[in-house]
Design a protein around this ligand. Structure first.
Ligand code: GLN
Length: 389
């Protein structure tokens, strides 16, 4: 049969490849982003209870109402916008499904979608499956003077044409660990006012921001929220990446389009977890304390790396940090990550994997991404190995 792949350039994701390599070589895995500790015991008990109480059949298509109401209250308390639980909030199978459903719902054949590079690996294949065309705006890479990546909003504005359907944003940003500031929201607001562009805001790390910064959710500004789909993930917030539960908040007409896709992708999402999360969310402490919990881990890894030949950068958010390895090697990033895993026993992710052309010279800045969502003992054991490099 003369079959043509819809995604000819797509292989297995870098996260799967690097985790497998870490397993094969018995390496400490600071690559793929997931905690190596359990969710809160109280949350696990609530799931068991929900199962025993009989919450084991199909929940409503958009998610159980109590959970959508809990999400609505949280978002209103933190960011000041009230999303209607009945019509504007949809519980999804992780942030991934919310992203895919949103892109499939809004992007037509031939539409352009602007993304900022480096970017999370799901965006381009999703755009391509919808028949759209990704338009890439590179961030300014780090320099000696400015160790953080930076977004040039003028370049983002220039990339938006009458053919552009959507702009995808992801802050706190994976992999660079940068956050939006109020000036960034100002810049975005002028872009939206000028162009009326739809915004897809991947805010899965909303509860992990450091050094007293606050998360600048797009839902804070009416002009942005009116055009935005705001996405989050319980996986990151409650240390349960394997549960694959997330949600999206968007104005009614947009949510209604997203649900048209969601109902045929998965119809709905596992019920006992939804019931448990609805109860567990009544207490804001776990998500309010998450930044402090992870800041201590970021600092532990940062200080550990600073005593090695790596030059770490303090991330502003997410559970990742970047480190420059140019004092160790001039290998391209993918090669370096493999070498670290197989020879030095620490798995990490090449930042170049978040670029359209991972092997290109412009995509390689001798940076590695480390995940610090790990027990302190895991971080210490990794630092010990890294100090011998
Ligand atoms: N988002 C996680 C990361 O960046 C990985 C998720 C996945 O493996 N698909 O590491």
């Amino acid at each position: 049969m003369n079959f043509q792949s819809k995604l000819p350039d797509v292989g297995t994701t870098i996260f799967t490849v690097m985790s497998q390599l870490a397993v094969d070589h018995n390496a400490i895995n600071l690559g793929q982003g997931f905690p190596d500790f359990n969710p809160d015991e109280a949350l696990l008990d609530l799931v068991t209870l929900a199962m025993k109480e009989g919450h084991n059949q199909y929940p409503p298509m958009a998610g159980i109402l109590a959970l959508r109401e809990a999400i609505s209250s949280k978002v209103e308390n933190l960011y000041g916008r009230r999303y209607d639980a009945a019509t504007e909030i949809t519980v999804t199978s992780g942030a991934s499904e919310a992203l895919m459903a949103s892109i499939l719902a809004f992007v037509h054949q031939g539409d352009e979608v602007v993304i900022i590079e480096p970017f999370y690996d799901l965006y381009i294949p999703a755009i391509q499956l919808a028949g759209g065309r990704p338009i890439i705006v590179p961030m300014l890479p780090p320099t000696k003077q400015t160790p953080q990546y930076q977004v040039d909003w003028q370049e983002v504005r220039k990339a938006i044409t009458p053919k552009t359907r959507m702009l995808i944003l992801n802050f706190p940003h994976n992999p660079t660990g940068i956050n939006l500031k109020t000036e960034d929201l100002d810049a975005l607001e002028s872009i939206v006012n000028e162009t009326g562009i739809l915004l897809l805001s991947d805010e899965v790390y909303e509860h992990i921001v450091f050094d007293g910064q606050i998360h600048q959710s797009l839902s804070r500004r009416e002009a942005l929220a009116n055009n935005a789909i705001v996405i989050s993930s319980f996986g990151k917030t409650y240390n349960a990446t394997g549960w694959k539960i997330g949600y999206c908040c968007a104005p009614k007409w947009m949510s209604s389009e997203i649900r048209k896709v969601h109902q045929f992708m998965v119809f709905t999402v596992t019920s006992p977890m939804q019931v448990a999360l609805a109860h567990y969310m009544q207490d804001p402490e776990p998500y309010l304390n998450l930044s402090a919990f992870y800041q201590q881990k970021r600092d532990r890894l940062f200080e550990g790396l600073a005593s090695t030949r790596f030059s770490p950068v303090k991330s502003e958010g997410t559970f990742f940090l970047l480190a420059d390895y140019s004092a160790i090697s001039d290998m391209p990033e993918a090669e370096f990550a493999k070498w670290m895993t197989t020879t030095h026993g620490v798995g990490l992710i090449p930042v170049s994997a978040f670029y359209r052309q991972p092997t290109a010279v412009e995509s390689n800045h001798r940076l590695a991404r480390f995940c610090f969502a790990k027990r302190d003992s895991t971080l210490d054991a990794a630092i010990e190995k890294l100090s011998r490099v």
